[in-house]
Ligand binder design. Structure first.
Ligand code: AMP
Ligand code: MG
Length: 347
């Protein structure tokens, strides 16, 4: 079923944006056919929505970079149904990869391997390596099955912006953009995980986490032994880890209680406060706004990008995020995204 997103700009002129399709069989067929014609399809995964194109089609991959405004050297993650699919586009798949994939695929774990010969440069931003993952979301899997070949997909937001966790976020980001005129969005509801996959570089020994996700070294190491992690500010090998990323337009700060109180009391600016502490209701009074987050990391991750988007839409002067879970590994990926959302714009 098609619910084209169209905005009336004058009585005669219609500004079209992405077309949102439901996820019934005919929509999946239509989306797969668009991929075959070098089209771009946004689709849900359990982490965030992806902007998908055929991994083996340079023209389609170019369109993904154009729509996102993504730097050409920023690699994409290739999505496959299973281990066999991953092996067709990578080199260097070994027993450790099999152990990891058998335990966590389909799921939010991306493995970086050698890039297979059939895979064009664009799929990996010109690198000799290729990131690959098998998504769990039934709509992503149905699309992969209907298309019958790997689909490369970065998150379906503009480069540097906040990743989308529902179809409406993509419409909000690309509505009226001529580059996204033919973009199809498969609506598969809200993403269950809510933040991007763990990226694990398997081309080195020991393997290294390039981007933290909900799958932490604590759950992966029992399978394959020691894994290195990279301090957030040193993550230069994985471009999606550029310091400022996942960022609202509004200035954003991570604060602890004393600074939160000071900022709210100073009356210099209108703030949106994102916190898990329900007791902040008394402190955050108009004109300031409060966005209350879940106390557990899984719930927090699921709501994080929606909260950042809502906070941004308030057009306040400042977004204040009260930090949580200081040394708990289960909060690491969330802290990573918050630090990037809050870091200074690179000049
Ligand atoms: P996105 O799909 O927008 O979350 O971005 C994919 C991210 O995965 C990239 O920005 C990188 O951080 C990481 N990635 C993908 N491919 C590679 C690769 N070949 N080497 C290192 N990191 C990669
Ligand atoms: Mg991204």
């Amino acid at each position: 079923m098609r619910t084209a997103n169209s905005m009336q700009t004058s009585s005669t002129e219609t500004m079209t944006g992405p077309s949102v399709l439901s996820h019934d069989e005919s929509s999946i067929r239509e989306a797969a056919a668009a991929l075959t014609r070098s089209g771009v399809v946004a689709f849900p995964t359990e982490t965030v929505y992806g902007l998908g194109a055929s991994t083996l089609d340079p023209t389609a991959l170019d369109a993904v970079f154009r729509i996102k405004g993504r730097p050409q050297d920023n690699p994409l993650i290739a999505h496959v149904l299973d281990i066999e699919g991953a092996k067709t586009i990578t080199t260097g798949w070994d027993d450790r990869c099999t152990l990891l994939a058998e335990a966590w695929w389909p799921g939010p774990l991306t493995l970086v391997l050698g890039r297979g010969e059939s895979v064009p440069d664009q799929a990996s931003g010109g690198r000799p390596t290729l990131a690959v993952r098998s998504p769990e979301h039934p709509v992503a899997r149905a699309l992969l099955e209907a298309f019958g070949s790997p689909i490369s997909a970065p998150s379906a937001n503009r480069s540097g912006g906040i990743s989308p966790t529902c179809a409406q976020h993509i419409v909000d980001d690309f509505s009226g953009d001529p580059e996204a005129r033919d973009l199809i969005v498969l609506d598969g509801g809200r993403c269950r995980v809510g933040i991007e996959s763990t990226v694990l570089d398997m081309t080195m020994d020991p393997p290294r986490i390039l981007r933290p996700g909900v799958l932490t070294p604590e759950v992966l190491e029992p399978l394959i032994g020691r894994i290195e992690t990279t301090a957030i500010r040193e993550q230069v090998h994985s471009p999606g880890t550029a310091e400022r990323h996942y960022s609202p337009q509004t200035s954003c700060m991570l604060v602890e209680e004393p600074e939160l109180i000071d900022r709210l009391a100073s009356n210099e600016c209108r703030c949106v406060v994102i916190t898990s502490i329900s007791g902040r209701r008394e402190l955050v009074q108009p004109p300031h706004e409060l966005i209350l987050m879940p106390l557990d990391p899984a719930g927090y991750a699921m709501e994080l990008y929606e909260a950042l988007r809502r906070a941004d839409a308030e057009r306040a002067d400042l977004i204040l995020i009260e930090t949580t879970g200081e040394d708990d590994p289960n909060w690491l990926a969330i802290r990573d995204r918050l630090m990037r959302a809050a870091s200074e714009r690179l000049s």
